[in-house]
Design a protein around this ligand. Structure first.
Ligand code: NAD
Length: 346
């Protein structure tokens, strides 16, 4: 089997983890790496990844020098959450005639909030005969694809309620800021109003994807973000939370068809939830025939699963027809544990 040749674009927490995973897979080969960090440029990828060996791949900050479809089968890009910020890079990749997987949250279903950009990307992919997919743990898997797949045997679905309760403690200062951790409830309210606190990115995408897959006809999405106020002292290497301060953000997204609520997604994210007796987990409840209740405890580990999904989808994207795809458009993801995993085609 000829390995699929991968260019990793973005070598941060996710991108470097994906690269390490790709190095473990016999069906995949890392052939190039791009990152805008000037301290990475010119170094061997093995050194940037802190491996004890050289990989013979030099990291570059100039994508034009490595975007060659004769040498690269697919780009995996892990740089930002926002489609408008990634649009320029995505166009460059597609116009070079190379397939792409992005973990930008807004790319999981770009039709949800950016239909014009999505249409542009789809046309460009088809003109260049390549496939573009957005994926990740959430959006991209837990609160959308998994919900869709669980409904696979249902006769009817009245409404869906799903939640992901997780622990933010392993994350760095950027996440603490965007979730409002360590500030007063008043500062949290101000942060929501000025847009500096965003909570989870991806509810419109997940709700749109579920609604489209099942034909639930969601025509309106509302979101609410509330502070999780701590009753106890909590601390991580990046933040200290006194009692009365904010330990996280409880974010809810609701999809309506007319006046009827059909999809409710709940994502309370905080540091050290166990200090107040809160277990973590992923929960999906489908009301209909039959009623379905799924609980995964603790939650599927976010970083590990995002790396896994991006890497495991590589063969499917390479084999797919041209165009912009979502996780509901391609074969179900599966761990790449052996040769047959690389040959599942639609
Ligand atoms: P990070 O900040 O650790 O890494 C980003 C890397 O990309 C950095 O090394 C940076 O130098 C590089 N970079 C940024 N813009 C670039 C550009 N235009 N060209 C080249 N390099 C560029 O972030 P991360 O934790 O690796 O996550 C990456 C993105 O993926 C984040 O926006 C995050 O929110 C998102 N994400 C999505 C999911 C999901 O479930 N869909 C899960 C995890 C992360």
């Amino acid at each position: 089997m000829k390995p699929i040749r991968v260019l990793q674009w973005g070598l941060g927490a996710m991108g470097s983890g994906m690269t390490r995973l790709i190095l473990e897979k016999s069906g995949l080969q890392i052939v190039a790496a791009v990152d805008s960090r000037t301290d990475y440029a010119g170094k061997d990828l093995g050194e940037v990844l802190k491996l004890d060996r050289s990989l013979g791949v030099t990291v570059t900050s100039n994508p034009d020098s490595v975007l060659n479809k004769e040498r690269v089968d697919i780009v995996v890009i892990a740089t930002t959450s926002w489609l408008s910020e990634q649009m320029h890079d995505l166009k460059k990749i597609i116009q070079a005639g190379i397939n792409c997987i992005s973990i930008a949250e807004e790319m999981s279903d770009p039709y949800a909030q950016n239909p014009e950009l999505a249409a542009q990307l789809d046309v460009l992919c088809k003109a260049n005969q390549v496939t573009l997919l957005g994926t990740g743990v959430n959006p991209g898997f837990v609160l959308d694809l998994l919900v869709v797949m669980l409904s696979g045997g249902s006769h009817t679905v009245e409404r869906i309620e799903a939640s992901r309760v997780n622990d933010l403690s392993p994350y760095g200062p950027t996440v603490m800021k965007s979730q409002g951790v360590g500030i007063t409830p008043a500062a949290f309210k101000a942060g929501i109003e000025d847009g500096s606190i965003v909570g989870h990115v991806g509810f419109p995408e997940s709700i749109h994807m579920i609604s489209d897959a099942l034909g639930l006809g969601v025509d309106r999405i509302e979101q609410a973000r509330e502070p999780i106020i701590s009753n106890v002292y909590r601390e991580t290497p990046h933040v200290k939370v006194q009692p009365g301060m904010v330990a996280g953000c409880a974010h809810t997204g609701i999809g309506y068809r007319g006046d009827k609520e059909v999809i409710r997604l709940i994502h309370p994210q905080q540091i050290h939830p166990q200090l107040e007796g809160q277990d973590t987990g992923d929960y999906i409840h489908i009301f209909g025939k039959p009623e379905i209740n799924m609980a995964i405890k603790p939650e599927i580990a976010g970083g590990i699963a995002t790396m896994g999904l991006a890497v495991n989808m590589i063969p499917h994207v390479v084999a797919a027809t041209a165009g912009l795809k979502r996780m509901i458009d391609l074969p179900a993801p599966a761990a790449l544990m052996g040769e047959t995993a690389y040959r599942r085609q639609v």
